[in-house]
Design a protein around this ligand. Structure first.
Ligand code: ADP
Length: 153
């Protein structure tokens, strides 16, 4: 059986922090599906086509990575794509508390799916999409926060 992980998120936009987690998780899995969750209650700064394009650009040529969009429950999406793991990154203890509740709930909803956490590298642990959006919206330079594949202009 191959090990497939879903890395769910908003990726509004994808940052160096996300890329680092995905690159470090690659040796663990046969495939990682980066899945952009569509949440109708959430307001996004960048439209989903752009967010998807930036993720594709960030991993060009890597045949272990797929990029997709989904709505509904993450565990239902995992079932649909035969994924047995959810991948998430942890920056802080606040991330941990938040992620712990979601991981427990997801495991109850589908015991066949386990969540794997990778601790953020120190240099990326203060990066968040919301900080990128804030700086970018005021015309600041975000090049140290986002990867080569992302062009916010
Ligand atoms: P969501 O809206 O689901 O929180 P995000 O795109 O903000 O989506 O984050 C997706 C995942 O990436 C989460 O597990 C989050 O903790 C992780 N993540 C975000 N930024 C970083 C970072 N700088 N370092 C490590 N993990 C990160």
């Amino acid at each position: 059986m191959s090990n497939i992980a879903v890395f769910p998120g908003s990726f509004d936009p994808i940052t160096k922090g996300h890329v680092n987690i995905i690159e470090r998780a690659l040796p663990l899995f046969d495939k990682i599906i980066i899945a952009i969750g569509k949440n109708s209650n959430k307001k996004y700064m960048y439209d989903s086509d752009k967010r998807k394009e930036w993720i594709i650009n960030s991993f060009k040529g890597n045949n272990k990575i797929e990029v997709d969009e989904y709505d509904g429950l993450t565990v239902d999406y995992c079932k649909k794509v035969n994924a047995n793991f959810i991948l998430r990154g942890l920056r802080t203890s606040a991330d941990f508390e938040f992620e712990r509740a979601i991981a427990h709930t997801n495991h109850k909803l589908n015991p066949k799916v386990d969540t794997v956490f990778i601790l953020s590298s120190e240099e990326y642990s203060s990066i968040s999409s919301s900080i990128v959006r804030e700086v970018a919206s005021h015309g600041g330079d975000v090049s140290m926060l986002i990867g080569r594949g992302v062009d916010l202009s």
